[in-house]
Design a protein around this ligand. Structure first.
Ligand SMILES: NC(=O)c1ccc[n+]([C@@H]2O[C@H](COP(=O)([O-])OP(=O)(O)OC[C@H]3O[C@@H](n4cnc5c(N)ncnc54)[C@H](O)[C@@H]3O)[C@@H](O)[C@H]2O)c1
Length: 392
C-alpha cells in the first residue's frame, strides 16, 4: 500500500525536499520548541498551528516566522485547509486523547508528546482507536534519541546478566503551569522519560514496583515532587530510581545520572557527555544521530515512508506509562508491591467502563486481556498491514 503523506515543500532555511506537512496542536512552551525545530527540519514542515488560545497560536507563528502556516482553534478545519498529512500533538496530557482521536478519525497519523495520557486506561483506549482507524499513533519519548544513551546501552550490553540499574534525577524546576498543579509532577511529567529510557537501555520490562512519593516542605509544587521507586524487571534485575524536582543543589542532567552492574562489570552515564564502562572493553563509540525531538520526528517520518513500526508506537508505550501509574499506586498504598500485569487488567476494565464510543468499547471488550490488546499487530508490522487491507 502506498501512503501519500509526503509533499514537495520548501521551508525557511532548507532546500527543496520531501517534507511531511504537519499541523502542530498546542502552541505552549513545548509547542513552540517543536515549531522552531520544524521550521528548518528536512523531514516535515508546519503548515498549521492549532490552540484553544488563538492569540498564543498566532503569536507563535509570527515569532517563529511561519508566514505560510494557518492558525485556528479547530484541528479538522486547519488540517483540511492547510493540506496537512499528519499531526504533532503538543497539548497538555489531559487533552492528548481527544486530539489524537480527532486526528486518527480524520485519517491523519499522529506524533504525540509524552505522556500518552494521564492513565493506562486512556492509553488502552488509544491502542484500540489506532487499531480501529488503522492509523499510526507514536509517542514522542524524545530522550530515547540521545547519542550517549545509545553509547551507554552498548556499554550495558557487555555486562552480561544485570543485577541492577540505578538512576538518579535531581533538579530544581520552576515551570509555572500545569506541572506545578499536578498530583505527581515528578513521576507523570518527568520520570516517564527515565522509565522509558530504562526499557530502551535494557530491553527489559517491568513486572512489579514499590514506591514512595512525598513533597519536601519547601517545594513550590502542589503535588509530590520527590520519589524513590524500586522496580522488579522480567529478567530478575532491579531498577532503582530516586528523583526530585525541587533539589536546590548538585543537580543532575535532565537525562538523570545512571549506573548499571552485571556479571562482567559495571557501566555509568552522567546523562550528558560521560559514558564509562569497567568490563574489559574500551569506551563505547558515540553514534552520529539526531537527538531529542528531532530524532523522534525523523523516526516518525521514516516509519510513515517505509511503513515500519517505530519505537513507541502506541502499544509499546503503554508499559512506560504503566511504570508511572504502578509507582503512583504503590505510593498511595503506603509502599505496597504493585504487580504491573494486575494493573493493566484493572485498567482495561476501567477503559471499558469509561468508554463512550461504541466502536472503541466493542474492540476493548473483544480483547481477552490487556496484555493481549497491547500485543495486537502494531502499525507498520506485516499482519497490521494485512488487517488494514494493504499489501506489503
Ligand atoms: N519531551 C520533552 O522534553 C517535553 C518537555 C516539555 C513538555 N513536554 C510535553 O509537551 C506537552 C505540552 O507541554 P507544554 O509545557 O508546552 O504545556 P503548555 O501548558 O505550555 O502548553 C500546552 C498548550 O496546549 C493547549 N491546549 C490544551 N488543550 C488543547 C486542545 N484540546 N486543543 C488545542 N490546544 C490545546 C493549551 O492552550 C496550551 O497552549 C506535555 O505533554 C508535556 O509533557 C515534553
Amino acid at each position: 500500500m502506498t501512503i501519500t503523506v509526503f509533499e514537495r515543500k520548501r521551508g525557511p532555511g532548507t532546500t527543496s525536499e520531501d517534507r511531511l506537512p504537519v499541523v502542530v496542536v498546542g502552541a505552549g512552551g513545548m509547542g513552540k520548541e517543536w515549531l522552531r525545530m520544524l521550521a528548518t527540519s528536512p523531514h516535515a514542515v508546519p503548515v498549521g498551528v492549532v490552540d484553544l488560545d488563538l492569540d498564543l497560536a498566532a503569536d507563535a507563528v509570527a515569532t517563529i516566522g511561519l508566514d505560510d502556516a494557518l492558525v485556528g482553534a479547530s484541528l479538522d478545519d486547519v488540517a483540511e485547509r492547510s493540506g496537512a498529512r499528519a499531526v504533532v500533538n503538543v497539548t497538555v496530557p489531559q487533552a492528548h486523547r481527544v486530539v489524537n482521536e480527532q486526528a486518527l478519525r480524520a485519517g491523519l497519523p499522529v506524533l504525540c508528546e509524552k505522556p500518552l495520557g494521564p492513565t493506562i486506561a486512556e492509553a488502552l483506549s488509544q491502542v484500540a482507536l489506532a487499531d480501529l482507524t488503522g492509523g499510526l499513533l507514536m509517542v514522542s519519548q524524545s530522550r530515547r534519541y540521545f547519542k550517549r544513551l545509545t553509547a551507554f546501552r552498548d556499554a550495558v550490553s557487555v555486562l552480561g546478566p544485570l543485577a541492577a540499574v540505578h538512576a538518579q534525577f535531581f533538579h530544581a524546576d520552576h515551570e509555572p503551569g500545569f506541572r506545578e498543579q499536578m498530583a505527581h509532577p515528578l513521576l507523570v511529567d518527568m520520570s516517564v522519560h527515565h522509565f522509558d529510557m530504562l526499557r530502551f537501555l535494557t530491553g527489559d520490562e517491568p513486572i512489579a514496583v514499590r514506591c514512595s512519593t512525598w513533597n519536601p516542605p519547601w517545594s513550590w509544587f502542589a503535588g509530590d515532587a520527590a520519589a524513590t521507586a524500586e522496580f522488579e524487571l522480567a529478567s530478575g534485575a532491579r531498577f532503582v530510581y530516586s528523583g526530585s524536582r525541587c533539589t536546590p543543589g548538585l543537580q543532575t542532567s535532565w537525562n538523570a545520572d545512571w549506573r548499571a552492574y552485571g556479571e562482567h562489570g559495571a557501566a555509568a552515564w552522567d546523562g550528558d557527555d560521560v559514558v564509562q564502562v569497567d568490563a574489559g572493553m574500551s569506551e563505547p563509540g558515540v553514534p552520529d544521530q539526531l537527538e531529542g525531538i528531532e530524532g523522534s520526528l525523523e523516526e516518525f517520518t521514516t516509519a510513515l515512508r517505509a511503513e515500519t513500526t517505530p519505537q513507541n508506537e502506541v502499544r509499546a508505550n503503554v508499559l512506560s506509562l504503566a511504570m508511572v501509574e504502578g509507582a503512583i499506586r504503590s505510593s498511595d498504598l503506603g509502599g505496597e508491591r504493585v504487580v504491573i500485569a494486575d494493573l493493566l487488567e484493572e485498567s482495561l476494565a476501567e477503559a471499558i467502563a469509561d468508554e463512550r464510543r461504541d466502536d472503541v468499547a466493542e474492540l476493548l471488550r473483544s480483547w481477552t486481556s490487556a496484555a493481549d490488546g497491547i500485543a495486537t499487530p502494531a502499525w507498520g508490522s506485516a499482519p497490521a498491514a494485512i488487517a488494514r487491507g494493504g499489501a506489503r
